[in-house]
Design a protein around this ligand. Structure first.
Ligand code: ZN
Length: 244
């Protein structure tokens, strides 16, 4: 879809946006570094292949300038890296990878509760290659791309707000993972700080509805995007089809 004169694509394994000259990848999906055990536990049939999908769009991995990880749970940063000759290396050799500094620190020393969500091979290679740009709080990294720290799911997860041509798109990441999580009390059992999730939902859902923002959910296969409308004190989704 077009966001002003900017192009924006949603693809299954990673959300992608082009900013007149810069190629920006928002999230990188689950990746393909899956052994038999992990594949069985998370019931992935065949991991979708993000680099091939980008090539189909005329964007080889070398062209990507910026990779944004809202956080470092394995299902958001899997295609950050891939295995070459037995070693995990960055998939996007010319990109600056962005995440909150606190999230990278936490990934390296997770709690017993969320240890299973962090795979070092998804983030350690960019420490070695010097490709991380670590953020501290909210940042407008490129005009029109705001990374907004929205804790709750964990301490340093970010949502992303894109603006252009008078329109606003809000990518919820895991703050509102699916449309079913729009009601305030519907909060994932995974969340480390559920009351903070609640606070952030109460802040951002009315703002998105009032501002007429197009909302894109982090994990919604049936209705990945739409506008929010208030109905009798509740917020409902008016789904919008996006080109894939
Ligand atoms: Zn997550």
């Amino acid at each position: 879809m077009k966001l002003g004169d900017l192009e924006f694509w949603l693809i299954t394994d990673g959300t992608f946006r082009l900013d007149g000259g810069k190629w920006i990848l928002l999230e990188t999906g689950a990746g393909d570094k899956w052994d038999a055990k992990r594949t069985e536990i998370y019931s992935f049939d065949a991991p979708p292949r993000l680099p091939q999908k980008l090539i189909a769009r005329g964007v080889p991995s070398e062209k990507i300038d910026v990779v944004i990880n809202t956080h470092l749970h394995f299902d958001h940063c899997g295609w950050n890296t891939r295995i070459v000759n037995g070693e995990a290396v960055p998939v996007f050799p010319n990109a600056q990878y962005m995440v909150q500094r606190g999230e990278l620190e936490h990934a390296k020393e997770p709690s017993d509760r969320d240890r299973a969500s962090y795979f070092p091979e998804n983030y350690a290679p960019m420490e070695k290659s010097g490709q991380w740009l670590l953020l501290e709080g909210d940042a407008e990294v490129i005009p029109g791309i705001e990374l907004i720290r929205a804790p709750g799911h964990n301490r340093d997860m970010m949502c992303v707000r894109l603006t252009g041509g008078g329109k606003t798109v809000f990518f919820t990441a895991d703050l509102i993972p699916t449309a079913a999580h729009l009601p305030y009390p519907w909060i994932m059992g995974y969340d480390l700080y559920p009351l903070t999730t609640l606070e952030n939902k109460k802040k951002w859902i009315p703002e998105a509805a009032g501002g007429g923002w197009l909302v894109i959910f982090g994990h919604e296969p049936a209705t990945p995007a739409g506008y929010l409308r208030e109905q009798g004190g509740k917020y409902v989704l008016e789904p919008v089809a996006l080109d894939s």
